[in-house]
Design a protein around this ligand. Structure first.
Ligand code: N01
Length: 540
């Protein structure tokens, strides 16, 4: 007992301990340090980048166009240029190195350090934080920037461990890389990760088998090379773009048409859809009509346009029925569309085949490959693009104990409950970013990192200025926030799909809308609470 306590008592004390070195963690470290706080960041990976460090599979690239997916700090964007409109993971990792160098971050980061447990010490209003290598530190504030996709989900297939070939989850891709060339490759899952892997594997694999459960409603990326001169010209408009991204629904620079899709004549409607299609990226998803995510008839117009465009690219009608069915598998856009470049054409190739696992389920994995209800599919490499225990998994996989010793995982057994998507009662001085009941997956990452990030920085400054050592969300404020989000969810079509947005991709996970739809409304609420002396929190 005393050995442990002794060690904890002597642990180094920080104002804030940040977990995670992606966009959110980096922003917190930079800004809190600027404000004079003593801060340290622990990152499990060997480098910065968060999801871009871990998801280094061939073809991984961002779905947000330049310059949406970068910090709006002028000192950073002024001298940085991308090579493509939608940059790949390795370019994003280079961007993180650039940011590190410019802001001199690494001196306060410990890499290869995974936080395994944290316990609130009520006597000192501090968190005692432990890592897997036995390090213990104390911090007044415990700031979790674990992202929405840090806990990979691997289905519990019978015999998976017996597979004799190479097998990787996209989110745990080997840092040294792995090649598809000349191999028989199987890819399970057709979400954003699956689409990107399939495209690359279709080029090099001897044969590629795609195991699809639900068709992805993927949109044309309209990728382009970007040169420096073009970007120098574009930069004149960056301040305005960054202003707009703070004020739009998804943190992009895309404005939607405020009319109902149903009040617009069909030709005009199609003309808008065509225009958005040609712009590429998420324009077709978030630049449409105001009621696309709330009215099923309006939504259907968007599905039908997508379906007709997509089917025209697929030669085999039976395959077209699988990839872009006549009837929607779920409303358009309530599962995250992904961006593609030659995904549908890949299925026209002789070396690519599709298995519909709803029709022909995977029975087991054997050393030679995947046994389905229809027989054995032999593969040399098995790629699990099966997603993540999204939004909550990165938090609940840490053994976090609040007041009374209850763990966060226990507290959220029936579903995540937060106040403002920042905090949860019983866990004082713990704030999370890009977490449950905040915009997270509904917002462009860097937009959210800055907006939520400034709120946290202001909160810590407010505490310091007012000599407060402890902040905790009240149970009542948390209940009201949870009810509020649930009422919003009921007004949308999101509950109509089994998506990670709903927690519905993980067997047994409570079904709830995990993200708050609408960055501006969300930030208004957060800022209003802060302006009223942090209404809904108790400060001591
Ligand atoms: O994961 P997903 P992801 N048997 O959960 C299937 C971001 N991201 O890693 O749809 C068979 O979306 C599952 O099927 P179904 C982005 O926000 C961004 O692809 O549940 N199949 C689905 O097809 C994205 O939304 C980028 O029926 C099974 C797939 O696996 C989020 O990360 C790139 C199965 C999982 O799709 C997650 O994307 C990559 C089973 N037992 C990711 N279990 C970019 O910015 C699951 N599936 C480009």
């Amino acid at each position: 007992q005393s050995g442990q306590t002794q060690k904890d008592d002597n642990a180094e004390v920080f104002d804030a301990l940040i977990v995670g070195g992606g966009f959110n963690g980096v922003y917190q470290l930079h800004r809190l340090r600027q404000e004079g706080f003593k801060v340290r960041l622990f990152e499990a990976g060997a480098d910065l980048g968060g999801v871009w460090y871990w998801n280094c599979y061939p073809g991984a690239r961002v779905d947000s166009h330049v310059p949406i997916y970068e910090f709006s700090i002028e000192e950073l964007w002024r001298d940085w240029n991308w090579t493509e409109r939608f940059p790949a993971w390795d370019e994003l990792c280079r961007y993180f190195h650039y940011v590190d160098k410019k802001l001199d971050l690494s001196r306060d980061i410990r890499f290869g350090t995974r936080v395994s447990a944290a316990e609130f010490d009520e006597a000192r209003d501090q968190w005692v934080i432990r890592t897997t290598d036995g390090t213990v530190v104390r911090a007044r504030f415990f700031i979790l920037c674990t992202g929405f996709a840090s806990k990979p989900y691997i289905p519990n297939y019978k015999g998976l461990e017996s597979f004799a070939g190479e097998s990787f989850h996209t989110g745990l891709w080997p840092q040294e890389g792995a090649s598809f060339t000349g191999k028989r490759v199987g890819v399970v899952g057709t979400g954003a990760s699956g689409v990107q892997v399939v495209q690359e594997a279709s080029k090099d694999a001897a044969h590629l088998t795609v195991f699809q459960r639900t068709p992805i409603l993927a949109l044309p990326m309209q990728q382009r090379k970007l040169d420096v001169e073009t970007q120098q010209r574009m930069k004149a408009g960056y301040p305005e773009i960054f202003r707009i991204r703070r004020e739009t629904f998804g943190g992009f620079d895309i404005l939607r048409d405020e009319r109902s899709a149903l009040e617009v004549p069909p030709e005009e409607r199609c003309a808008l859809y065509e225009k958005l299609w040609q712009k590429g990226g998420f324009h077709y998803w978030i630049g449409g009509f105001a009621d696309i995510l709330t009215n099923e008839d309006a939504n259907r117009t968007m599905y039908d346009f997508w379906r007709d465009k997509t089917r025209a690219r697929i030669k085999n009608p039976a395959l077209a029925d699988k990839l872009a069915p006549m009837e929607p598998p779920h409303p358009f856009g309530v599962k995250r569309p992904s961006l593609e470049q030659w995904y549908y054409e890949a299925f026209n190739q002789d070396n690519v085949s599709l298995v519909d696992v709803r029709e022909t389920p995977i029975v087991e994995i054997v050393p030679e490959g995947v046994r389905t209800a229809d027989g054995l599919v032999e593969v040399d490499m098995l790629v699990l693009a099966t997603g993540f225990d999204a939004v909550t998994g990165g938090l609940t996989q840490i053994d976090i104990r609040g007041t009374g010793g209850v763990t966060l995982k226990e507290k959220w057994t029936e579903g995540a409950r937060t106040y403002l998507g920042f905090a949860t009662s019983g866990f004082p001085n713990m704030l999370f970013l890009y977490g449950p009941q905040s915009p997270a997956g509904f917002s462009n990452g860097p937009t959210s990192a800055e907006l939520q990030g400034e709120w946290v920085v202001d909160c810590l400054k407010h505490m310091r200025e007012n000599n407060k050592g402890r902040i905790e969300a009240t149970a009542q404020a948390e209940e009201e926030w949870t009810q509020f989000l649930s009422a919003i969810a009921d007004m949308t079509l999101f509950p109509k799909a089994d998506s990670w947005y709903m927690g519905a991709n993980i067997p047994g996970k409570p079904r709830q809308l995990l993200n708050f739809p609408g960055v501006p409304m969300y930030m208004d609420r957060c800022n209003a609470a802060a302006a009223k002396d942090y209404e809904g929190f108790v400060l001591d």
